[in-house]
Ligand binder design. Structure first.
Ligand code: AMP
Length: 273
């Protein structure tokens, strides 16, 4: 496995690679969720690039940029064992200059749900993903369905800006108790982890109600909020795959999204039906 830290050196190197390149951008502290993206990239491509970059522009003031979990040595080992060909570990200076051109998330879909509690977050995400895609120039790039709004906006960016990369969605990997894996789960105490299980439980209840067929979206959301009590709920929403509100679940075209605060940790989860 080759390791690069400089964007232009990596870009130049990858221009000499005439294989089908799969790309997995991450912020590190790798877990089984990241690994499933890497595995899919390995299956579908001849050459796999993973980046680890804790992108400062997607963190708002007061968020956990400086505290974000770092596991550099373990991450390298995981990538090596997973058969990654190139690991890209840029520092902020290698990605950003000053007084730069940047991307603006769409005014509606970038500022609802997670974008409402984190205004500007998705502009930072889109800007860094665009930069990384331009450095690596992959055939396919892999993103988790767990971050459904992020996945939606990246897919929209690729469409709106006529880019040629294929964005591949990957299913959410969960702990055996149902909690969606996340690098931020390390912030949870044992008690908070226990409380956080209400999130996947609320999605299970939503599934049961959907299967019974005669419940509106509002009734399903109400039942989910009851299950989530007493956690602080940022939102529970039922949308179609274009991120528009749905009054009635349409099987094959629905995402049920939840965001809650457990202690001071923001946790996201969702269900694709
Ligand atoms: P992050 O390092 O949290 O920025 O995540 C990097 C990529 O891994 C993103 O595309 C995430 O959506 C994806 N990801 C994070 N957690 C999971 C999970 N539990 N299952 C599947 N993909 C995930």
């Amino acid at each position: 496995m080759k390791i690069f830290t400089n964007s232009l050196v990596l870009k130049e190197y990858l221009q000499t690679v005439s294989l089908k390149i799969g790309f997995v951008p991450t912020m590190g502290a790798l877990h089984e969720g990241h690994l499933s993206l890497i595995k899919k990239a390995k299956e579908e491509n001849d050459f796999v690039v993973v980046s680890i970059f804790v992108n400062p522009t997607q963190f708002l003031k007061g968020e956990d940029l400086d505290a974000y979990p770092k596991k550099d040595a373990a991450d390298k080992k995981i990538c090596e064992l997973a058969g990654v060909d190139v690991l890209f570990l840029p520092n902020a200076e290698s990605i950003y200059g000053s007084d730069e051109v940047s991307l603006q998330a769409p005014h509606v879909r970038g500022y609802v749900l997670e974008g409402r509690s984190r205004p500007g977050h998705f502009s930072g995400v889109l800007t860094v993903v665009m930069k990384l895609l331009n450095i690596v120039n992959p055939h396919k790039a892999y993103f988790g369905k767990k971050d459904a709004q992020q996945l939606h906006l990246i897919t929209l960016m690729v469409k709106n800006l006529f880019m040629s990369v294929a964005i591949v969605p990957v299913d959410t990997v969960r702990e055996s108790d149902g909690l969606a894996m996340s690098s931020r789960n390390v912030y949870l105490s044992t008690k908070e982890h226990e409380e956080a299980l209400k999130i996947s439980k609320s999605l299970k209840i939503a599934t049961q109600l959907v299967m019974q067929k005669n419940f509106t979206s509002n009734e399903i959301k109400k039942a989910m909020r009851e299950t989530l009590t007493p956690l602080e709920v940022s939102y529970v929403e039922i949308l179609n795959r274009d991120f528009e509100l749905l009054e009635v679940v349409e099987l094959g075209n629905t995402i049920i999204l939840v965001e809650v605060l457990v202690g001071s940790t923001r946790l996201l989860d969702n269900l694709w039906l």
